[in-house]
Write a protein that binds this ligand. Structure first.
Ligand SMILES: Nc1ncnc2c1ncn2[C@@H]1O[C@H](COP(=O)(O)OP(=O)(O)OP(=O)(O)O)[C@@H](O)[C@H]1O
Length: 302
């Protein structure tokens, strides 16, 4: 089938201008005689207005030029359409794109779109909301909330907010239910991941895969603050194996396991983020995998 592409570019993401990226895209797709349009993303995140256009004009690919929140919003709105999704990473974190092996370099990312190889990936539900990368409750959500309140975006702001929040971090109480089993924990944060990272290649869930039908859960329990960076570093290297949840509870500060569904009673109303965007928190939060949710243009795995 002849391809026809809509690029959706976020005018505010990532903190850098996209003009040279637009030029590169324009030159590449004109040369290949593939029809395309570059439209701006919308702040509301609602792309229902594009559905009629997609059907009438037989659009085959929707490519997001932006960060994780843009990916979340576009896919959430348009995943019921018969289109494939692509990403040219232009956010501050780009966790989802990097987890899929899509690089930040515009010409390399554009080449992946041009090659047109795709495969299905999972996403997940957070109560009634949609997440494709990584959502969390507690300290990491606090970073997302504070980051959203800043006028400048980008990696430096994100790092500043993480450091400030680290020194202010305090644990929250949670009741975690998995497979009919329930436990109480005091934790700095609980992250639930489809992708393997927070963004900027900061890996938190080393085994997470975008199409394994599993959510990767990381619980960073209460501990002496001096130990916190070390514990996260241990997790980064992926050598913190989950043996038996109960046994690990008492001995380990960082718990890591996989499940397709998890329900968390958020006793102290810790803040929530979905794909890095702050969201209103809830007393109970259920995370549930959506297997084979959408088709993603990405580098082939072999
Ligand atoms: N046209 C627009 N005007 C204003 N805001 C927009 C517009 N389009 C999208 N947004 C908002 O921009 C925000 C940031 O989006 P995005 O995730 O693309 O960038 P980022 O936060 O810099 O990257 P990352 O999520 O990877 O850290 C989202 O909250 C999104 O709703």
């Amino acid at each position: 089938m002849k391809r026809k592409i809509i690029f959706l570019a976020n005018p505010i993401s990532g903190g850098t201008k996209k003009d040279s990226a637009f030029k590169h895209i324009d030159a590449t797709f004109k040369k290949q005689q593939i029809p395309f349009e570059i439209l701006p993303t919308v702040a509301s995140g609602d792309y229902d207005f594009l559905k009629a256009k997609i059907r009438e004009e037989n659009i085959t690919d929707i490519v997001i030029i932006g960060g994780d929140a843009s990916v979340n919003q576009v896919v959430q709105s348009l995943r019921t359409e018969k289109v494939r999704f692509g990403i040219i990473p232009f956010g501050s974190g780009n966790g989802f794109a990097f987890a899929a092996g899509i690089p930040k370099n515009v010409s390399k990312a554009t080449k992946i779109i041009l090659e047109g190889k795709s495969s299905v990936v999972d996403a997940f539900k957070v109560n009634e909301e949609f997440s494709c990368m990584l959502s969390g409750i507690g300290f990491d959500a606090k970073v997302a909330h504070d980051f959203a309140a800043k006028s400048s975006r980008g990696l430096i702001t994100y790092t500043q907010q993480s450091i400030i929040n680290f020194f202010k971090a305090h644990p929250y109480q949670f009741e975690v239910s998995v497979d009919g089993f329930s436990l109480f924990t005091e934790a700095f944060f609980i992250s639930v991941a489809n992708a393997n990272q927070f963004g900027n290649n900061f890996t938190i869930a080393p085994k997470a895969s975008l199409n394994d039908g599993m959510l990767d859960v990381v619980i960073v329990q209460k501990m002496n603050k001096a130990k916190l960076p070390f514990a996260i570093l241990k997790q980064l290297r992926g050598n913190n194996k989950m043996q038996q949840l109960v046994e690990a509870m008492s001995k380990k500060n960082v718990l890591y396991f996989q499940t397709d569904t998890i329900t968390i009673n958020n006793i102290k109303q810790a803040p929530l983020h979905i794909d890095g965007e702050p969201k209103e928190t809830a007393a109970q939060i259920k995370f549930e995998i959506i297997k084979d949710c959408f088709d993603l243009l990405q580098p082939s795995k072999n």
